[in-house]
Write a protein that binds this ligand. Structure first.
Ligand code: AMP
Ligand code: MG
Length: 357
């Protein structure tokens, strides 16, 4: 992400050269890539120029080899030549002082190439938000270890790590925190010395082992402790000292990723100066009958297919918040407004696009 305007310091490509004529001209030299011809081209003379060669002073057009007659040191060029033909004029791509890229642009392949072409060895860019990521729960075990009775593999860490990186964050993994208030507090306080943002998963429902909300309340201000969203009802958001943010995501794998998409990713993008915070949305045609939840907006996971100029959504199957298969390979989250009626097959709904088919 670029932090300030990039301004062209020199014309691109570099100054060029041409031959004048309609007659027979004396060939007086050559300009090749990296080996310019250093004398002016006087009337009645011309030089050979190769691709990438600099146009010498006096010359104002280039004629193709196939359009000339060449005999030893004399070249006969056709009539009707125009000044400026067949070469890239200085500033044809960019003029000095022209704004090349506005601040806030994402630096991709073309943008980085452009900066290098302008000779800029260093760019001033926005810092990535530093995020500390913590999974909580006594039942969690490290991936690769076989879970014992009542245990479950910590999959959220890896899902959220990928989601955080895609959103531009620099991630510090805190591993698994126990369901024990003091131990959690120590982990979190220590991590917040470095991090701009804390992201946790698990421990936000209302129950004896749900310790994240009281912890965040003791460290700052909890603004959201519950949202009318399915999946993701117990999503928690707090602001902490030094403008730090904390997101307590639900433990259920799909709930944590959906609330990440809806709330965390836009916040991280805002911190990086993006103006487009949400994923793009498009209207799509429901290819199935969607039931609604009375009091909560539902984000259902779908695949999309193009049918006659429209995008048609198919459900990824059971929408259980523990079923990651409902999100794996999904192209979009379709937004089903709360209510009792649901949305019939063929309705147009808003879809948050994750990937187009
Ligand atoms: P909690 O919000 O802590 O009550 O967790 C809700 C559900 O999500 C429980 O079934 C947890 O076992 C599960 N869960 C919590 N954390 C993780 C995690 N890191 N990876 C996978 N599942 C998790
Ligand atoms: Mg838990």
């Amino acid at each position: 992400m670029l932090a300030e305007d990039l301004v062209a310091s020199a014309p691109l490509p570099a100054a060029l050269r041409a031959a004048d004529a309609g007659k027979s001209l004396r060939l007086i030299g050559e300009s090749a890539a990296g080996r310019p011809f250093d004398h002016p081209v006087e009337p009645g003379t011309s030089i050979r120029i190769l691709t990438g060669g600099v146009l010498p002073s006096g010359a104002d057009c280039v004629v193709m080899m196939e359009d000339v007659q060449l005999s030893s040191e004399v070249v006969t060029v056709p009539a009707g030549l125009k000044a400026g033909q067949n070469f890239h004029a200085p500033g044809a791509d960019l003029l000095a002082g022209e704004r090349v890229l506005p601040a806030g642009v994402q630096l991709g392949a073309a943008e980085l190439g452009l900066a290098a072409a302008l000779g800029l060895a260093e760019l001033s860019v926005g810092r990535r938000p530093r995020v500390a990521l913590l999974s909580t729960g006594d039942e969690l075990v490290e991936v690769g270890k076989s879970p014992g009775r009542g245990q479950i593999t910590d999959s959220n860490r890896w899902a959220l790590l990928a989601a955080l990186r895609e959103a531009g964050a620099e991630v510090r993994l805190l591993g698994i925190g126990p369901d024990e208030p003091e131990a959690l507090r120590r982990l979190v306080v220590e991590a917040l010395a470095e991090a701009d943002v804390l992201v946790t998963s698990g421990g936000v429902s209302v129950g004896t082992h749900d310790l994240i909300k009281p912890l965040l309340e003791s460290l700052g201000d909890v603004h959201v402790g519950r949202v009318k969203l399915k999946p993701g009802k117990p999503f928690t958001f707090a602001t902490l000292r030094d403008r730090k943010l904390a997101f307590g995501l639900p433990g259920f794998p799909v709930s944590s990723l959906v609330t990440f998409e809806v709330f965390v990713r836009p916040a991280l993008r805002k911190m990086q100066g993006h103006s487009q915070l949400q994923r793009p949305t498009l209207p799509v045609r429901l290819g199935y009958e969607a039931r609604a939840t009375a009091d909560r907006t539902e984000y259902q996971r779908v695949t999309l297919a193009r049918e006659g100029g429209e995008l048609v959504a198919s459900s990824t199957g059971s929408q259980s918040s523990s079923r990651l298969m409902s999100l794996a390979g999904a192209h979009a989250l379709v937004r089903i407004p709360p209510g009792n009626r649901g949305m019939g097959k063929g309705s147009l709904v808003e879809a948050m696009i994750l990937a187009l088919p």
